[in-house]
Design a protein around this ligand. Structure first.
Ligand code: ZN
Ligand code: ZN
Length: 147
């Protein structure tokens, strides 16, 4: 089995052959910052299964043990690399819907309002076509979810 993915602009693409490791979300403060988000969705990979098929990510050393890979052109967070394993951002895969997290880490920093998610009003993008007509004619510059 080959799974593919990459950054938003498409400058960085990857392929992973074979089984993935554990899928998780991490709420720690460093993951919040690195993703500009409430948590980081990550799946660990087995050694030797990852191939960067175009450019390689740039890295930021977020600590003395961990490097975080990202696209320096579009900013997409891509990897979490520790001495014991490498993980890839689940949302960077072309088909993230098939990689369901089964565990949460860093819960000491979890934002308490995340528990209210199911209570927040829901909208489809098309709900705003009338008040924001540009949405209807938007041309995406995002790399498609395929090569
Ligand atoms: Zn990019
Ligand atoms: Zn974390």
């Amino acid at each position: 089995m080959v799974r593919k993915g990459g950054c938003q602009c498409g400058q960085i693409r990857f392929e992973i052959v074979g089984e993935l490791g554990q899928a998780s979300i991490c709420h720690c403060r460093m993951c919040q910052k690195a993703y500009g988000n409430f948590f980081a969705p990550l799946v660990s990979i087995k050694a030797g299964t990852l191939k960067w098929t175009k450019a390689e990510p740039s890295r930021f050393e977020s600590s003395n043990f961990v490097r975080r890979g990202f696209c320096e052109k579009c900013g997409t967070p891509l990897t979490y690399e520790s001495p014991e394993s490498t993980s890839i951002s689940i949302s960077a895969f072309d088909h993230p819907e098939n990689i369901e997290p089964i565990i949460q880490y860093g819960v000491e920093a979890r934002l308490s309002y995340l528990g209210n998610l199911k209570d927040w009003p829901e909208h489809r993008t098309s709900d705003f076509f009338e008040e924001a007509p540009y949405l209807k004619n938007m041309a995406s510059f995002q790399h498609p979810d395929e090569d």
